[in-house]
Design a protein around this ligand. Structure first.
Ligand code: ADP
Length: 476
């Protein structure tokens, strides 16, 4: 296809280790989800190259940790400038390997840069615990080499969420992207070499590396985003030498619509909260709980929005929704969509383009059985189940009856009522009349099976440091 791949990244290029591009003997196919065909290959790192990357990061750590925070932040800002200057190439690459429409890919780059800059500007100053008679303070020091293990739904945004806090606090990094989206990470890694000393940011790609990294004695911290099952593997492997971990995992976010909610104003927002990025968002609405009085209106509003979707190859002008990212999602979510009638009543379904790409038919299912697979398991794709309620106590109980606790939302025209329901939802973040909304200065905690630790804000940065105490007996 005339996709500009050669211009975007040279398929003969290699891993990024110690400031150099390192060729591999093996390579693996990268599939364009809009065609289901390979459009490039990526380097497959072997164990020796993984060790080389860890060594390079360990060496770089010794001097990187001694720089001031401001000096490190300046380099991160220079990296952000370079991403902005090359953003159209990066956005194209996102479309080719992830599938989202070009406008959304551009939005992902813009958001990534915003997080990169915002997180680089946070500081963790010494905390003075005592100053009379002696000087006792808490200081934050970097950990060492951080492995950033990232998923495929936001192949630029999520790595940048991890790079900025890891680097500004003085750690060096090995970025290991998902196997199906390796080229954006390599692109970021190559661009970074112009702005950081060698070995500060290394990128390795290939299947099976995540497991090797979590077991590697040279790594001090794992920052992971992915499924809960993989998160459990990461946590178990980390126990061997007590690596620090931050794990951001799945969510099965509930949204409760209270009576009186103005659908005319919020219909598009509600729809996008469930179907943006083809539903492949950890903090998307995955369970909609609607008051009886609104049920028909909600179904009608969602139908109107669904009908506006233009599904196709993300590089095609006018397309607003792409394929799902990979063959496994295509099969698994496709199976749920095919069985939609088992779970409830089909409210609406948009026809997907015929293959060969991984295109699925966005589907809204009403009156879903809350014991069904569709309600209980995070459907990571374009299918939205709805349940109706008449008593708010039932709605809250239903929302909280879930193993996950990432996000949740309440939609209401009455702020006081919304706030009182929001306080009772078991989720790391509860939004009102939006879902999600994230910023570098606002923590993103996952509770229950959704996470260990926090991303963003000074709380998130602190997780990339050791807490140490300096106790000076100043008065003798
Ligand atoms: P998803 O459902 O988003 O594909 P995964 O949890 O499978 O999520 O993958 C997220 C990231 O974790 C990817 O980079 C993947 O390669 C990596 N990964 C997969 N298995 C392991 C493992 N056992 N240990 C560490 N990382 C892993």
């Amino acid at each position: 296809m005339a996709d500009g791949t050669q211009r975007v990244i040279d398929p003969q290029d290699g891993l990024v280790i110690g400031g150099k591009v390192v060729k591999t003997t093996d390579r693996f196919d990268v599939i364009n989800p809009a065609t289901a065909l390979p459009y490039a290959t990526a380097p497959r790192a072997d164990k020796a190259q993984l060790d080389l990357a860890v060594d390079a990061a360990q060496v770089a750590f010794q001097s990187w940790r001694t720089l001031s925070w401001d000096a490190r932040a300046d380099m991160i800002h220079a990296f952000a400038d370079a991403i902005e200057a090359n953003s159209s190439e990066l956005a194209t690459l996102i479309v080719l390997e992830q599938g989202k429409p070009l406008a959304s890919a551009n939005g992902e780059v813009t958001s990534g840069v915003k997080f990169l800059r915002g997180l680089a500007d946070i500081r963790l100053p010494d905390e003075v615990v005592e100053s009379a008679g002696r000087d006792v303070r808490i200081v934050r020091t970097p950990l060492g080499v951080v492995a950033a293990i990232t998923p495929w739904n936001y192949p630029v945004l999520i790595p940048l969420w991890k790079l900025a806090p890891a680097l500004v606090t003085g750690n060096t990094v090995i970025l290991k992207p998902a196997e199906t989206t390796p080229l954006t990470a390599l692109w970021l890694g190559r661009l970074a070499q112009e702005h950081f000393p060698p070995g500060v940011l290394n990128v390795i790609t290939g299947p099976g590396l995540g497991q090797e990294l979590t077991r590697h004695a040279g790594i001090r911290k794992i920052s992971f985003t992915g499924s809960s099952t993989t998160g459990q593997h990461v946590l178990r492997a980390s126990a061997e030498d007590f690596k620090r971990v931050t794990l951001e995992m799945g969510g099965n976010d509930a949204a409760i619509l209270l009576p009186g909610f103005d659908l005319n104003v919020q219909g598009p927002q509600l729809f996008n909260s469930a179907f943006a990025n083809m539903g492949q968002v950890c903090v998307a609405i995955k369970r909609l709980i609607v008051h009886d009085s609104l049920y028909d209106g909600v179904c009608a509003a969602l139908r109107v929005e669904a009908d506006k979707l233009v599904i196709g190859d993300g590089m095609t002008t006018g397309v607003t929704a792409g394929p799902v990212q990979n063959e496994q999602s295509f099969r698994e979510v496709g199976d749920l969509i095919a069985r939609a009638q088992e779970f409830g009543t089909i409210v609406h379904q948009i026809k997907a383009p015929d293959g060969p790409g991984y295109f699925l038919a966005p589907t809204i299912v009403g009156d879903v059985d809350p014991n069904s697979q569709l309600w209980r398991e995070e459907p990571f794709g374009p299918i939205l189940p709805i349940v109706r309620y008449s008593d708010i106590e039932d709605a809250i109980a239903l929302a909280n009856d879930d193993k996950f606790g990432l996000g949740g939302s309440v939609w209401s025209s009455d702020p006081a009522e919304a706030a009182s329901v929001a306080r009772r939802l078991d989720a790391g973040t509860v939004w009102t009349n939006t879902h999600p909304a994230m910023s570098p200065n606002i923590p993103l905690p996952g509770i229950k099976m959704s996470g260990v630790g926090v991303e963003f804000s000074h709380h998130g940065l602190a997780e990339f440091t050791d807490l140490r105490v300096h106790n000076f007996a100043t008065a003798i």
